[in-house]
Design a protein around this ligand. Structure first.
Ligand code: INI
Length: 154
């Protein structure tokens, strides 16, 4: 039978960096709470977590890239909220963040998890930040743990 390489959700000993935007901090601070909850539930120690804030989503890829390049972190979690109602730049900001995070992850070989909420309205964003539709920060943190462990296995 083929051997399967998978990442588990054991966070013990993992070092995790979180970068989040201050723009829409009403939402992003809730994503941070969700991410911290998931990391702690899965055994990541408080001492092994660092949090960094940027002005907006557009600035996240550079900071995520620098954190990943440092070699100090097994994974980086990028959290933000981009709300269509608030700006004609929605597609630009959302697109640049997605592209930038993907490029930084590929360039550094460190998992950088895309934990951005892209929503049409504030209501929709709230629903994905701990209300009706779960918390994107929580699931992003679980993805970070799984990916960090998967890469260790590989
Ligand atoms: N940044 C966000 O994180 N979310 C948004 O919804 C948003 N809007 O609406 O404009 C936003 N803009 C700021 C942008 O990310 C940069 O910080 C800014 O353009 C300075 O470079």
């Amino acid at each position: 039978m083929a051997r399967e390489i998978t990442g588990n959700l054991d966070g013990k000993g993992l070092k995790i960096a979180i970068v989040l935007s201050r723009f829409n901090d009403f939402i992003t601070e809730r994503l941070l709470n969700g991410a911290m909850d998931a990391l702690k539930r899965h055994g990541v120690s408080d001492d092994d977590i660092v949090v960094s804030r940027t002005p907006g989503s557009f600035e996240i890829p550079l900071v995520a890239c620098k954190l990943a390049e440092s070699g100090n972190w097994n994974a980086v979690i990028a959290l933000s909220a981009i709300i269509r109602g608030e700006t004609p730049h929605f597609d630009f900001v959302a697109g640049e963040m997605a592209k930038g995070v993907a490029k930084a992850s590929m360039d550094t070989g460190i998992p950088i998890i895309y934990g951005a909420i892209t929503a049409d309205s504030l209501d929709q964003a709230i629903n994905r930040a701990g209300a009706k539709s779960g918390n994107k920060g929580f699931t992003a943190a679980e993805a970070a743990i799984e990916m960090a462990n998967l890469l260790k296995e590989i």
